[in-house]
Design a protein around this ligand. Structure first.
Ligand SMILES: Cc1cc2nc3c(=O)[nH]c(=O)nc-3n(C[C@H](O)[C@H](O)[C@H](O)COP(=O)(O)O)c2cc1C
Length: 385
């Protein structure tokens, strides 16, 4: 497919000229075919482009070559063996439509969801915006999805091409709070608990709901206690936290997670901050509220990993997430304590073969330093865990 050159040049120039030295970032390292496709995709509404990507992914998977593999990339989270540490973050495949083809893109694992107790349309549109110069997006989707029952039913008959986790969040409705909120999360867990999942993530950090990110440790305590009771198959449970939470709240959440035997943390979700963006301030303001993800999130996400690595139990594992777009980013998260990483926004700018590229770059960095993923975890931190 040869796109109109004007369509091709404008968006690609805007990212490529931004930081000429940072050549391994997702956008600039994307293959020519994806740069061309991206130029077309960026002409349409971001949410429509996403819907199209979900539809095209199974077809595109058929054209992918063999994924990059190397024994140095093997890792495990909560005892689940992974061929490589690069996973798909929650939000991309909210309704569990791609579990049978995601391995073809080079992912080592994937998180489906967030699923919610009830189906939801989410917030009014428009609610997803690209910040091309920053290789970022702002979203306030507000947990739209088909609901836990429907997704569980789909997953029950789906093929899993790689280890699959499901992310659970509270239904975004003003009436679903307090006891009802706890019951809503437990209903979702009940729906999926007997599926052959590798892990479940509890999302306490979505900024795009009526309540915003979870602030109440008591509420989290109730949810975790309920999940532990229902979790008869002992599926590893992770907690997804926000890079915007204050240190004392993080400490309370980690204490609660330790008390209830939570196996680890996904660190982390999007940020509502807007610091240090290259995109014109008026344009950012016009986009309105929402969670920022992609390149500008990386420093905050990494700082969250460092904080939690210091206070977590040794046996709890960290999955790092936020602005990861190249092998060096993944390596930095791993050296600071992550046993695996996840990404979403990088795919928008870097294309579907980004996981394979990250794995190839990461393997090169590990070998250059005489390390494997396993031996590199936390190797950049003087003490912790
Ligand atoms: C459009 C969009 C939708 C998202 N939806 C969810 C979600 O439903 N549940 C969740 O836990 N995180 C969700 N996230 C957050 C991502 O899982 C991830 O934590 C965040 O985007 C940071 O990673 P990234 O910089 O690689 O995108 C979403 C992110 C985006 C961009």
């Amino acid at each position: 497919m040869i796109p109109d050159e004007s369509l091709y040049v404008i968006p690609v120039m805007s990212v490529a000229t931004k930081d000429k030295t940072d050549v391994s970032r997702a956008a600039t390292s994307a293959p020519f075919w994806y740069k061309s496709l991206r130029a077309l995709l960026f002409q349409i509404d971001p949410e429509e482009a996403h819907t199209l990507a979900i539809k095209l992914a199974p077809i595109a998977a058929g054209f992918c070559g063999a994924s990059f593999t190397d024994a140095c990339l093997n890792t495990s989270v909560a005892g689940v063996q992974l061929a490589n540490p690069v996973g798909l973050a929650a939000g991309f495949d909210k309704n569990g439509r791609l579990t049978d083809c995601l391995a073809r893109f080079g992912f080592g694992f994937a998180e489906i969801g967030s699923i919610t107790g009830q189906s939801s349309q989410g917030n009014p549109k428009p609610r997803l915006f690209r910040l091309v110069e920053d290789e970022a997006v702002i979203n306030r989707l507000g947990l739209n999805g088909e609901g836990a029952d429907a997704v569980a039913q789909r997953l029950a008959s789906a093929g899993f091409s790689l280890p699959i986790g499901v992310n659970i969040a509270k239904t975004n409705h003003p009436a679903i709070k307090g006891e009802k909120g706890v019951a809503d999360m437990l209903h979702s867990f009940q729906c999926i608990k007997d599926l052959p999942l590798s892990f479940v993530t509890l999302n306490a950090s979505c900024p795009n709901t009526h309540e915003g990110i979870m602030q109440e440790s008591e509420e989290l305590d109730q949810i975790l206690a309920g999940i532990v009771k229902l979790n008869t198959r002992q599926v590893p449970v992770f907690l997804k936290l926000s890079p915007d939470s204050k240190a004392d709240l993080l400490e309370t959440f980690v204490a609660s997670a330790c008390k209830h035997g939570i196996r680890g943390y996904v660190l982390g979700n999007t940020t509502t901050t807007r610091d240090g963006l290259s995109t014109c301030a008026d344009a950012v303001k016009a986009m309105g509220n929402g969670g920022l993800s992609g390149k500008p999130l990386k420093a905050r996400a990494l700082s969250l990993v460092k904080q939690v690595f210091r206070i977590k139990k040794k046996e709890q594992d960290i999955i790092g997430c936020g602005g990861i777009a190249c092998g060096a980013d993944a390596y930095e998260f791993i050296k600071n304590g992550a046993r695996a990483v996840e990404l979403y926004t990088g795919l928008i700018y870097g294309g579907p073969d980004l996981p394979a590229r990250i794995n190839r770059e990461l393997a090169g960095l590990l070998k250059a330093n005489g390390q494997t993923v396993e031996s590199a975890v936390g190797s950049g931190v003087s003490s912790g865990g």
